[in-house]
Design a protein around this ligand. Sequence first.
Ligand code: ADP
Ligand code: MG
Length: 705
Amino acid sequence: MSEEHIADVAGYFGEDVFNDQVMQERLPKKVYKELRKTIDEGKDLDPMIAEVVAGAMKDWAIEKGATHYTHWFQPLTGITAEKHEAFISPTRFDGSVLMEFSGKELIKGEPDASSFPSGGLRATFEARGYTAWDCTSPAFVRHDAAGAILCIPTAFCSYTGEALDLKTPLLRSMEALNTQALRLLRLFGNTTSKKCTPSVGAEQEYFIVDRDKFLKRKDLIYTGHTLFGAMPPKGQELDDQYFGTIPEKVGAFMKAINNELWRLGVSAKTQHNEAAPGQHELAPIYTEANIAVDHNQLMMEVMKKTAERQGLTCLLHEKPFSGMNGSGKHNNWSIVTDDGINLLDPGKTPHDNVQFLLVLTCILKAVDDHADLLRESAADVGNDYRLGANEAPPAIISVFLGEQLQDVLTQLISTGEATYSKQGEVMNTGVKTIPDFMKDVTDRNRTSPFAFTGNKFEFRMCGSSDSIASPNTVLNAITAEAFADACDVLEKSDDFETAVHDLIKKYAIEHQRIVFNGNGYSDEWVAEAERRGLPNIKTMVDAIPAIVTDKAKTLYKRFGIFTESELESRVEIKYEEYSKLVNIEARTMIDMASKSIIPACIGYSKTLADAVISLKEAGADYSAAKERLDEIADLIADAQNGLSRLTEDDDKGMVMEDGREKAVFYRDIIKADMERLRTPIDKLEMIVDKEYWPMPSYGDLLFEV
Ligand code: ADP
Ligand code: MG
């Protein structure tokens, strides 16, 4: 693309997407209308319609240069999967080929599913799994080194219909929320809205490092984060990185990803430097949850591929560097109707917006009742280095309401009635040439895991590399339940006004413990949360059981979001994933320590020893060299001991059978062993001659992009 063309964003935004505009242009009117009914109202899809859509989609994709199509899905590995099929189909007689794509191929795919995690839902000999077209998320053509490929977002299920992916439960949760939110709206006299959809905008944090340096670090290659590394002389203490000027190479990278994402219809909007050196953020404009989840996956893919093309590497891990800020993904979430009403919009005077107060207190109840589920939805192996660890936000779920809503809530609780709302004031900067403006009614709180931010909630615990499907599934499900409970009460009452008033007060009182507006990173909060009885679930292994509590099973069964066997299978998959990933980390450390770091240190000691001898022979002062040699020798011995212990324990871990027991072993024993190996090696890095050190340091990676 020329520079001129790149600047004309409106001209090419979404040009690689089979979006509504393309469908209107290319589908017969009747077919288009039927398809919209399926997309908008969830009507069953007629196979004849699919046939026509498939034909139009294929012609459009081929015009874009596509030679293959793929069903694009999110199995329980957390990343997207795809298997490319060429459109070609041989003609019978003359050896030539036709480009074909049938309705059947659009609707249903059958990847050999036996190699995807199923947690016992499917034995390997029952390999059948199906991918099924999700017409609510538009198909797109992706261009990369493999050529142009038509990607069709799909759900992934087993032969018996159990969900083997992240999308299916998400879609089910959206249906549940739609049904219950409409019920609630009807109670308030709304007869016109037809659909309620969760809207989601995910802010994606990431690090950029030089690719050649990345390739010199096996820990980054195999695990996505550093397993060794001493702090550089400068970290993030000056706060000079946050919102700082964007380095040229990173700027070029941002430009390239924006361009690519815009063509794919992803509305990449805001970009800036984040708190740590080398750390940045990209946020799109919010959209329907299902599409937002797909777009976030796409965004991560595009980031990784684009970085590679530019000689960079994009690190999406939650904690690439210890001692620095980790990366998260803020999940902004609200509920919006088809006619544009945001259920989370308090209006100017929230105290008299009864519908909003009910929605708000229902969400407080939902989050309080299911804090453990929400916490679990953000758990992954990488996030364990970030949440609840010593350099990170604690893993306690609480809700930040801000000054105005807190005040309304306090009025409700103390008098049973809220009669006024604090209003924003005029901001006067004291400089005449700067115009005065209205301040927000409330300040921000960057330490809250679940913060009300004007007309949406922002769930900030999600890991940067993780799919946001699970957090949104949980948010939708628990909110659907709270709405349903409220409607069950209110629909039966003769006096709606009194009943709703009482219910809001009841929820406010019963669930006020989940509200916390102070500094969520302070030790006082950890103690206070414990007094309040709020769970503080520090690790993924501790979080997993939340999926199968009776309370969770009841919730998911009530709204048909997960069957019990689907839940059980997910538990098994997660324990296994945990042990496997920590095992890879342990093996990587063993590999690095034994094949390169310790030998390099020994090599350097030899040089030092030679120096000691030469100095001594020359009658010079050799005390400094000798002191260094002794110190290094001690540390090498510590490292060697650490290495032996980790190797032995990891061998034990690898043969363990039971999922939970094994995961606990990896968390408690292996992680402690890893730390024990790391400590002397990080010290060695500070005193061994840089020429000998076998890989780039934190400083090289973070400050020399
Ligand atoms: P902030 O700066 O307060 O974090 P932004 O306006 O930059 O908020 O938005 C952050 C993310 O939240 C963006 O992806 C944005 O599109 C999304 N967002 C904004 N409003 C809503 C809403 N009503 N529902 C869901 N997401 C929203
Ligand atoms: Mg934010």
